[in-house]
Design a protein around this ligand. Structure first.
Ligand code: FE2
Length: 232
């Protein structure tokens, strides 16, 4: 495989002081390369439980329907040569329509939705394609700086053939004015790379009288790679 250098500014740096958590989190010493073993490269990554029928439909995981704007999010996972990556585990997690996570540490005073957990998973098909049905997440405040709000986003994790092949990113929505004020988005300095974190509204993906559609393709490597916050 040809290894291509990462173009400066197209991936978020480990240290980006306007995003305050990176100050404590970023390594202060040079990184140490841990040699890969055969099991790192080949060990099975998925849990023993199969992906269930409603795992990729976050609107059908409870008795009732969640509140909010129903959306379909679909795209392809591609390598640097635009070849589809089949069999990748794609996991998502997100806030509900009011901007609240179902998580013990989320104390944002917005309502929880008893019909929405906010987590889903699926496996890419032979064409590298995945699809989720969910609810458009709301913006939420965080305490990074005065009056800080996260733009609406969906967290994505991708697993390849081993735990060492995990990528984590966030998908945003087109036209969200909060992106210009968000240090996580702005930590990616390259304009075109930042755009690669933004989904595209696609009328063809909408289901009439049911849900709006957004396309989010994920490119794993190369000069057009999606910005990833975590590479293991
Ligand atoms: Fe989030």
């Amino acid at each position: 495989m040809k290894v291509r250098a990462i173009v400066s500014g197209t991936q978020p740096p480990l240290l980006f002081p306007p995003y305050r958590s990176t100050i404590r989190r970023a390594p202060k010493e040079p990184l140490i390369r841990i040699p890969e073993t055969l099991s790192d490269l080949n060990a099975p990554v998925y849990g023993w439980w199969p992906v269930g029928e409603t795992d990729n439909d976050l609107t059908r995981q409870h008795q009732g329907e969640p509140q909010g704007e129903r959306i379909i999010v679909s795209g392809r996972v591609l390598d640097e040569d635009a070849r589809p990556v089949a069999g990748a585990l794609v996991e998502i997690w997100q806030a509900n329509a009011a901007g609240r996570y179902k998580h013990v540490k989320d104390d944002h005073p917005a309502p929880l939705d008893p019909n929405f957990t906010g987590a889903g998973r699926t496996i890419t098909d032979a064409d590298g394609r995945y699809e989720f049905t969910t609810i458009k997440p709301g913006a939420y405040p965080w305490r990074n700086h005065e009056n800080a709000w996260r733009p609406a986003h969906i967290h994505f994790s991708l697993f390849g053939t081993s735990f060492r092949a995990r990528l984590v990113t966030q998908m945003y929505f087109p036209g969200d004015p909060l992106m210009a004020h968000d240090p996580m988005v702005q930590s990616v300095r390259d304009d075109r790379a930042r755009e690669r974190m933004v989904s595209r509204f696609e009328l063809g993906l909408t289901r009439p009288e049911w849900a709006l559609g957004y396309v989010f393709d994920i490119i794993l490597r190369g000069e057009n790679a999606t910005p990833f916050e975590e590479r293991t």
